[in-house]
Design a protein around this ligand. Structure first.
Ligand SMILES: [Zn+2]
Length: 96
């Protein structure tokens, strides 16, 4: 078991992969079972869970898939219906 967040995730050989579809490959730590990142080959994108990067200065820029929200977030950040066009989405924005 991990005693410090991120300490046990080291080494490519310690990373497991699960893919339900060819669009997303979830990568998890074989030691603690924690989610580390997800590869999206079709989009050329690797989605890294910010919580696994110690000291990462997380500053959100937009909200994606806001059409799915059940809780309105009033933070003045742009709200995207799905994802930006650059990521293969509609690029359509939504009101808070
Ligand atoms: Zn781990």
């Amino acid at each position: 078991m991990a005693s410090r967040r991120g300490a046990c995730h080291a080494g490519a050989g310690n990373i497991g992969t699960y893919n339900k579809t060819p669009h997303s490959y979830r990568k998890w730590c074989k030691t603690c079972g924690g989610h580390i990142f997800t590869e999206h080959p079709g989009m050329g994108l690797t989605d890294v869970n910010a919580a696994v990067i110690p000291g990462f200065p997380f500053r959100p820029g937009i909200h994606a898939h806001y059409q799915e929200t059940h809780l309105r977030i009033q933070d003045d950040l742009p709200k995207m219906k799905d994802v930006p066009k650059e990521m293969g989405g509609s690029g359509v924005g939504m009101a808070e």
